[in-house]
Design a protein around this ligand. Structure first.
Ligand code: 3HC
Length: 287
């Protein structure tokens, strides 16, 4: 089987949340026809709201005209039916971080799409090989991991599963580049490059705060000014979502041992429902 980027016209996206809607947006902006699917109509609507909000920011700063922004939205079809992804040339899954859910989705996707359709997962930390093994086409499963917020972050991490075909890896890189991103590649090892290194950084920031090393503002300020990153660990945790950080850290802890043990305060905040920006309160408060 050969996998050419020239044969990709349509993109399926599973999940219309923060990541899924962002992936749908950048794909449509690059000129692809997109089918964005979530399980409830309201979630699909929320996805469109996020896309319109983000495109509005590009319009405000003069990077897009209103007409171009409208055309991007028009290229995206919303749906709750997984079957509507049957004719897509590449599908990117950005559903919940739950292995059982992802395995079931990939088994269904492999059945309903034609052989030759690349099936990509945006998983933060789960193994692409384990996801792929739920399908009868593991060679066509790859990880294509966008960063949050997808419309503005340049990097995409491509992860190669045990059985991923070389042509599929090449297509994953080429697709990410077509939607305006720059890629790097990692092996299918826990957390890959990005989250293996980012999550303990965040976790240690939370521990430092909990252990009274400094105020949260000074921890964030120190890391921003001291290492030239746009957000400190506590701000970034709020931005990503504390539940996402906890799940990723727990997966790493399970796979890699005690150096990844989730901070006590991270667990306590998730239990309290203070998940960061999305709930209006995490380490900081948001309107
Ligand atoms: N769409 C369009 N534009 C957006 C946007 C979006 N979703 N989000 C931010 N922007 C724009 C803003 O409108 C603003 O534009 P302006 O300069 O014209 O006003 C510009 O980006 C800068 O935004 P802000 O002024 O709000 O704030 P910042 O300068 O801090 O930038 C940020 C925001 C781009 C999020 C920056 O803080 C940043 O890069 N933070 C780090 C993000 C990061 O590390 N992401 C990776 C998370 S880990 C991950 O995704 C992996 C997962 O598996 C957990």
């Amino acid at each position: 089987m050969s996998y050419g980027i020239d044969t990709v016209d349509s993109v399926g996206v599973v999940g219309a949340g923060t990541m899924g809607s962002g992936i749908a947006q950048v794909s449509a902006l690059a000129g692809y026809d997109v089918v964005m699917r979530d399980i409830e109509p309201e979630l699909v609507e929320d996805g469109f709201d996020a896309i319109e909000d983000s495109l509005g920011r590009f319009v405000d700063r003069g990077d897009l005209t209103e007409k171009e922004a409208d055309a991007v939205v028009e290229r995206i079809e919303g749906t709750t039916a997984l079957d509507d992804l049957a004719d897509c040339d590449i599908v990117v899954e950005a559903a919940v971080e739950d292995m059982a859910v992802k395995r079931e989705l990939f088994a269904d996707l492999a059945e309903l799409t034609e052989p030759g359709t690349v099936l990509a997962t945006n998983t933060s930390t789960l193994s692409v090989t384990t996801i792929a093994s739920a399908t009868d086409r593991p060679g066509e499963v790859v990880r294509l991991h966008f960063m949050n917020p997808v419309p503005v972050m340049e990097g995409v991490e491509v992860v190669v599963g045990e059985k991923t075909a070389e042509g599929v890896v090449d297509l994953a890189h080429a697709f990410a580049e077509e939607v305006g991103k720059t890629t790097w590649e990692a092996d299918d090892k826990p957390g890959f490059v990005s989250n293996r290194i980012l999550m303990p950084w965040i976790n240690e920031g939370i521990r430092a705060f909990d252990e009274g090393v400094a105020t949260k503002a000074d921890i964030d300020r120190g890391m921003k000014l001291g290492t030239n990153v746009p957000m400190g660990p506590l701000e970034l945790a709020d931005h990503i979502g504390l539940d996402v950080c906890l799940h990723a850290t727990e997966t790493l802890h399970e796979e890699l041992g005690d150096r990844y043990k989730p901070a006590y305060l991270l667990k306590r905040k998730v239990e309290a429902g203070d998940l960061g920006k999305k709930t209006g309160r995490g380490f900081y408060e948001y309107e």
